[in-house]
Design a protein around this ligand. Sequence first.
Ligand SMILES: Nc1nc2c(c(=O)[nH]1)N[C@H]1C(S)=C(S)[C@@H](COP(=O)(O)O)O[C@H]1N2
Ligand SMILES: [Mo]
Length: 531
Amino acid sequence: MHPTRPPRLTPTAATWCGLAAATTAIGTGHLTAALLEPRSSPFLAIGNAAIDRTPEPVKHFAITTFGQADKTALLTGMALVLALLAATAGLLSRRDPRPGTALIAATGLLATAAVLSRPDIGTAGLLAPLVATLTGIAAFHALHRTAPTTTTPPPPPAHDPHDTLEEPLDPALPPETTHPDRRRFLTTSAAVATTAGLTATTGALLPGGPDTDTARRTIARALPPAGPPTPGTDFADAGTPTFITPNDDFYRVDTALSIPRIDLADWRLRVHGMVERELDLDFTALRRFPQTTRTITMTCVSNEIGGPYTSTAEFTGVPIRDVLLAAGIRPGAEQVFSTSTDGFTAGTPTDALLEPERGALLAYGMNGQPLPAAHGYPVRMVTPGLYGYVSATKWLTDLELTTFDKQAYWIQRGWGRLAPIKVQSRIDTPGGFGRIPAGRTTIAGTAWAQPIGIERVEVRADGGPWHTARLSTEVNPHTWRMWRCELDLPPGGHTIECRATDHHGTTQTPRRAPVLPDGATGWHSVFCTTR
Ligand SMILES: Nc1nc2c(c(=O)[nH]1)N[C@H]1C(S)=C(S)[C@@H](COP(=O)(O)O)O[C@H]1N2
Ligand SMILES: [Mo]
């Protein structure tokens, strides 16, 4: 009699055990986090840790390729990797649940480490990854015990049927799938799948954070209402953006996978380091400084030539300068090192923040509304003329006056320490590879050169003479200007180019440079066909 081989789970059953257990773990972990401390979600913490550790070129690729959807892309990728891990855990455990259990536990440990690496997370944050790991293992065992098994050894490797250590198949022993307790397996599966589905959806649907509505109304009362659009400040009818970007359309770039939710009552701004006296301001104390509203165009260093990462809003807040002067700056404090609740940091030259005409703000209002959560609620920095990564920390809680020895988030990753915005212009219409009627054609677009301001924009077709474009009314040198120009285009293919000049006479260079390390240069060109 042939020795009977120990029963093994069928591959399908093994894969199902792994996948169902992993989904349960993710669901219960996410729900526990949503109830206790949203930032401790194991799934999101792994994603955040991945963002912080992603090599710079990949991160840049993600921002420019997926744009505002970069986070969805990351989460989808993570879900795929986790599904693969889960299936592996199942398939490794066809004979014995221990290898899969070990893999789930190891992933749980990884998630715990990821949660702990988030700033500002107390020990309560440990509960979510713990619950996830334990429920994952429990579900795995419950399913594994009742799953259908087979006594058939795996077929010998296809490449050489003789090169195998497996004993030959006994023709007297036909492949046989045994299912000791089909009913229990089905009920367990249904229970596990329901738990996974319910916890994941509830976790995702819970607001996951403090109720900010009342606080938002308080802030809203302090804000000047957004004024009517100033006539002549854009050529939206010709295809440019509107001069003021509605909050919902304002570009968003940050490393936060889940948007930090801050309770205004808990919010503090600490000003410390090389100062005469430390400040610890709550929102009421911040509001005692004089309030101002300034129209500012923000620009991201990751904006490619012709790219969309620039927007304009009326920001309301208090001048950073006033707050810094209240703290008293000691000599040698080269930079103001700002920190957000989610651990992002930026270093802004102290001198830039002290220039009265630059007018950097600690902003809490945006276009007459309290700052939207995605744009830094309750308080963020906005500094005209500097790219956002060195000057626009959202969810701000800490300003430290220090030297440039201390390196902020993107500086550690190879980006430039000083990041003045470069003079730029962009063609908004016609769009690239557009087909338009031949003859008189309107070319229109956007130009910016904060904090100096746009003096002139020129346009040309097919390398011909430059034509000076008509500019929209200048609101202030810290904002973009729209331009338009009529060109005669005969039928055929045309390359349109534009270049801007700032009020100091600096003209945008044609030399192409990538966004790394301190912002792209070059002329934007679009190719269109006229008929
Ligand atoms: N906390 C935090 N603040 C941040 C960032 C971030 O990743 N985290 N990104 C910065 C960058 S690179 C830019 S360009 C601006 C973008 O601000 P917005 O998303 O409101 O447009 O925010 C800055 N402030
Ligand atoms: Mo940015």
